[in-house]
Design a protein around this ligand. Structure first.
Ligand SMILES: [Mn+2]
Length: 422
């Protein structure tokens, strides 16, 4: 029995915006490569661990593209290997929300093959899939996954108990201990490896973490994260690819060759104070070297340069201005496609001591303490709003529209009114 595993394909993503359409092609290219590998391998199942799409910028062509690629997979496996493939997927944070799920765009025509996993389990209802060969359950992304997981833990244990088949659990959140959870991530936003102990799970497959992570076995559970199939941010260095998992052996990684090469380079004064020309000259040297390399190899690539250090003069933004002019002479339709300049140069060394921070939720709980017994209602409203913000907030301002906001303002007022009456 063979399972093909991938995640975070982000089809429809177009960042950085200056080369948005080229990036869109790169994510599609990676998706096609993944499907090709699965066909070649003749998998029985494919599992996508979320962020199939980038909902905010995807087009209807992107959804048609994915639908056709899945259909090609189903048809080719049937033709070449004479079997039906099943596709399991969980909703990631970039796929939309429960009632506005981008995966629905591809679900309908593929309903026989494609199962969107975990939406019922998240609401506390029993939900698992089995065909007599494996058992699979999962949870979609949730900003407060630790609470959700704790709520449904007994249910998972029950669903997986006393069944001899391989048991797979699928999710789209960080797992501390297996992933390097980014600093500042609130604890309600990730799980721990130990959370799965005693649940009778054999393999936990998690998306959301964009870096390919070596499979780890702990307490008899295999943890597996394939990472993204293409750099989500230009700073992501890869390798990118898919895992092939055969029962009885450890998963095997197959790398994908990206559509465009991405190089990350640094110009760093190592804490020294330097004049503007120093940064400009060194960054230009990097750009020229990469330009020549691409030309010699006859390939296309994107360069990201991070410059950092201290500036003798005032106003570090003058470096950008000088460099962008020079870069525009090197960048073309082929060869060097784009230079992404990240300017971290500072004017003067400054030491600022920040007070020790708790999580944002701790602050909210402190601020709302005077509500007394009404705090639970207020905290669940906070949670609800955080979900809506992820889904609907304006990309520019990070805020909801007045209409969306008014519902929540009303509910806040109701809570405060109640306290006032008491
Ligand atoms: Mn993602």
């Amino acid at each position: 029995m063979k399972i093909g595993v991938f995640a975070d394909t982000h089809v429809g993503r177009k960042i950085p915006i200056e080369i948005g359409e080229l990036r869109r092609l790169a994510y599609r290219h990676a998706f096609t490569q993944s499907i090709n590998i699965f066909i070649e391998e003749g998998v029985d199942y494919i599992i996508h661990a979320g962020d199939l799409f980038e909902k905010r910028s995807m087009t209807s062509e992107d959804s048609v593209f994915v639908k056709e690629e899945f259909q090609r997979l189903v048809n080719s496996i049937k033709e070449k290997h004479g079997k039906d493939v099943s596709i399991f997927i969980v909703r990631g944070n970039h796929d939309g929300s429960f009632d506005n799920n981008a995966i629905d765009f591809v679900k309908h025509p593929l309903a026989k093959y494609l199962k969107v996993v975990g939406e019922s389990l998240m609401r506390g209802e029993e939900e698992f899939y089995t065909d007599g060969r494996i058992i699979l359950a999962g949870l979609p992304y949730h900003p407060h996954i630790s609470r959700i997981f704790n709520d449904v833990k007994p249910l998972i244990g029950e669903m997986f108990r006393a069944r001899e088949l391989p048991k797979v659990f699928l999710l789209h959140n960080f797992i501390q201990g297996y992933h390097d959870v980014p600093p500042g991530t609130p604890p309600h936003n990730f799980l721990n490896m130990s959370d799965f102990k005693g649940l009778n799970v054999d393999i936990v497959i998690a998306g959301h973490y964009h870096m390919k992570t070596k499979p780890v076995e702990e307490d008899g559970i295999i943890f597996l994260t394939p990472g993204a199939t293409e750099a989500i941010d230009l700073s992501d260095e890869g390798p990118f690819g898919v895992y092939i998992f055969e029962t009885g052996s450890m998963p095997r990684f197959i790398q994908i060759k990206p559509l465009h090469e991405i190089r990350n380079s640094k110009v760093d004064s190592m804490g020294a104070v330097k004049p503007r020309e120093w940064y400009v000259d060194n960054a230009l040297k990097e750009a020229n070297a990469y330009y020549s390399y691409l030309k010699e190899k006859g390939i296309d690539g994107i360069l990201r340069i991070v410059i950092s250090g201290y500036l003798e003069e005032r106003d570090p933004s003058t470096i950008d201005f000088a460099l962008k002019k020079e870069f525009s002479k090197l960048v073309g339709q082929t060869g060097l496609l784009h230079v992404d300049l990240v300017n971290r140069v500072e004017e003067v060394p400054q030491k600022i001591a920040f007070p020790k921070m708790g999580t944002s939720l701790d602050y909210v709980a402190t601020v709302l303490k005077p509500l007394g017994e009404d705090i639970d209602e207020a905290m669940s409203l906070v949670e609800e709003i955080s979900i809506v913000l992820e889904e609907k907030a304006s990309q520019k301002t990070g805020l909801l529209t007045g209409l969306d906001r008014s519902r929540y303002v009303k509910r806040w007022l109701e809570i405060f009114e109640k306290v006032k009456i008491k």
